[in-house]
Design a binder for this molecule. Sequence first.
Ligand SMILES: [Mg+2]
Length: 325
Amino acid sequence: MSRFHLTGVVRCAYCKNFNMTKTGTFPDIRERSRAAFLGVAVGDALGAGLEFMTPGEIRSKHGTVREIIGGGWLRLKPGQITDDTEMSLCIARAIDKAGGWSLQEIAESFAGWLKTKPIDVGDTCRRGIRNYLLKGVLETPYNQWDAGNGACMRMLPAAIHSLGSDDLLEKYAREQARLTHNHPLSDAACIALGRLVHLAVMGCSKTRLRREVENLLSRHENFRFEPYRGLASAYVVDTMQTVFHFFFKTRDFEQCLVATVNQGGDADTTGAIAGMLAGAYYGMEGIPKRWLKKMDKRLLTEIDALTDRLVSLSPLMAETTGLAR
Ligand SMILES: [Mg+2]
């Protein structure tokens, strides 16, 4: 029997809960991981046309946006993705190529991507990648202006690759983030988001996910999202408040993403992060087929293959196949 078809009871690394026969099986974990990565791409494509608009501007121009329409300041084709998905792919391809975590390989992958003159690159990301290219720097120095969402938006591969180990999650989250962003709020958001993805992929409830957010709030009050202030800028605090607010307020993938991107601002990144979390939580069934149809088929195929590889290389898979022996 291929390990892709194994089913079994899996212990949640956070709940320490063995009672996950209904949800925590290998196919479920693979499927949710895949939905999380596709969620990044779909959320990016859905939000990209609305970037930098206010909710009022979106309403008067489009009503409520429920379809992937492209356009926006980047004049995107419907289904076209931006840096959020592209940088996530860079990390996933680097892990695939190295057969495991290699910060050097990830930096090389970012550098190769920057040389292709991408349609959109955040200033902080560009500066970090240039520092690597010029000086070989793998950790950018602390900078008070580095609290943007550029490290958080590409967290998914690090989260999937560290499934089963909170220690590795922290290490990977921080390392990948600091290639370009070095700020405690960016680090905290990356680690918290990674933990939420772990919990959602393992089949934990929203109540459990909410508790994880409370852990973040107890250390960093800034991320408190109730009452919601309605800010969806690229400041990682605004971004995460928006994602938390709409993820916990809505009841399915589509509602969550529609509400998030119609908030405007950095809509491709809030969309990508909301898509990551909602994809991990609701699984493939939640992602509207009409949205997937708008996406490039080669992209979807590559995301499937890379996600499978990331799950296979994770400690969870090593641990569980070890247990099965
Ligand atoms: Mg973008």
